[in-house]
Design a protein around this ligand. Structure first.
Ligand SMILES: C[S@@+](CC[C@H](N)C(=O)[O-])C[C@H]1O[C@@H](n2cnc3c(N)ncnc32)[C@H](O)[C@@H]1O
Length: 305
């Protein structure tokens, strides 16, 4: 059984404070993970209800066991792009998404997300569907690999890394996280004092690509816009700038007048959402206790009409 300490939820107090405006309301935790945020929501709602979803079957198994005695929660395996189909008729008082990977996924060698643990180069959040990172990396063209590393990793050395990957795989397929990390490290040695491994951005890029993470996020944002009740709020926590930029722009665009109409006088404000607070970051204490929270950013929006 998975140990609870494998994932420490981030910004929990801030999430609860901003998300729950109605203790008897209906809530959706779209990234149930290891149930840290879900447990905090359940602790705060009275007659309300919580639906927890996650695309990872291991997370779902864990959530089912953690909350087996809890009547206010229902748990479903689903990715963001399946939420509309599943909850077509539902509206929520609050929707939470804590996007990215859990510490359990990152630290578990068999999931193949991290160069710190040697394991099969997999990186799928749901290991029962789709191609894994190794299958893709051993078959994609150099140009395709370079584009992915540049687009999703914002890695300046994307072309060089793609070239060395394609050269290395001529000898033998790249099958493990360690092999990929070593291929990159051989050509791009670590600079003195640089805390980041030179493969960091490449691993992030391949993970985002394999799990179609940015399209999933785009679909989630549209779902949120349609499925919040009036007065309902969405809280989104992201861990890197690509995702946070998307959330920030979407929230900004939804909460201001249509720029095409903004120069016309005497038009009422037509926006249906308002921003709630500025972007929130973990306190120094939280970062001390849980260094992985360092890069988290929480944004909150409310549906007003
Ligand atoms: C940072 S963890 C969430 C941890 C959770 N808040 C907790 O307290 O334990 C992110 C979770 O989101 C899930 N996830 C990421 N992208 C997803 C998507 N597109 N659809 C559904 N779940 C997703 C991952 O499988 C992972 O379990």
């Amino acid at each position: 059984m998975v140990d609870e300490s494998f994932h420490i939820p981030v910004l929990t107090e801030e999430v609860i404070q901003h998300l729950i405006q109605n203790a008897d309301g209906d809530y959706l935790d779209a990234t149930g993970g290891f149930g840290g945020h879900s447990a905090a929501i359940l602790g705060k709602i009275g007659c309300g209800s919580l639906i927890a979803t996650d695309r990872d079957p291991e997370a779902i198994k864990y959530l089912n066991s953690k909350f087996k005695a809890e009547e206010k929660i229902s748990i479903h395996q689903a990715c963001f792009s399946e939420l509309t189909e599943l909850f077509r008729e539902l509206e929520f008082d609050g929707i939470l998404a804590d996007i990215g990977v859990s510490s359990y996924q990152l630290d578990n060698a068999s999931r193949g997300f991290s160069f710190k643990q040697n394991g099969p180069l997999d990186m799928r959040m749901n290991q029962s569907i789709g191609q894994d990172a190794s299958q893709w990396l051993n078959n994609a063209s150099e140009k395709e690999i370079s584009n992915v590393i540049w687009k999703y990793g914002e890695e300046k050395k994307a072309k060089k890394i793609a070239k060395i990957i394609v050269e290395a795989r001529i000898n033998s397929e790249i099958k493990s996280t360690k092999e990929l990390a070593e291929i990159i490290l051989e050509e791009i040695p670590r600079k003195f004092n640089d805390k980041k491994h030179p493969a960091t951005k490449t691993f992030q890029a391949i993970r985002i690509f394999i799990n179609n993470e940015l399209l999933e996020l785009e679909i989630l944002l549209e779902f949120i816009a349609k499925h919040l009740k009036i007065g309902g709020r969405a809280c989104i926590i992201s861990f890197h700038s690509l995702e946070d930029r998307m959330v920030k722009r979407f929230f900004r665009d939804k909460s201001r007048r249509d720029p095409k109409l903004s120069k016309l006088p005497n038009l009422p404000d037509d926006s249906s959402f308002k921003l709630v607070s500025k972007a929130l970051k973990p306190s120094d204490n939280e970062v001390n206790d849980n260094p992985r929270s360092r890069s988290a950013t929480l944004r909150v929006i409310e549906k007003i009409k």
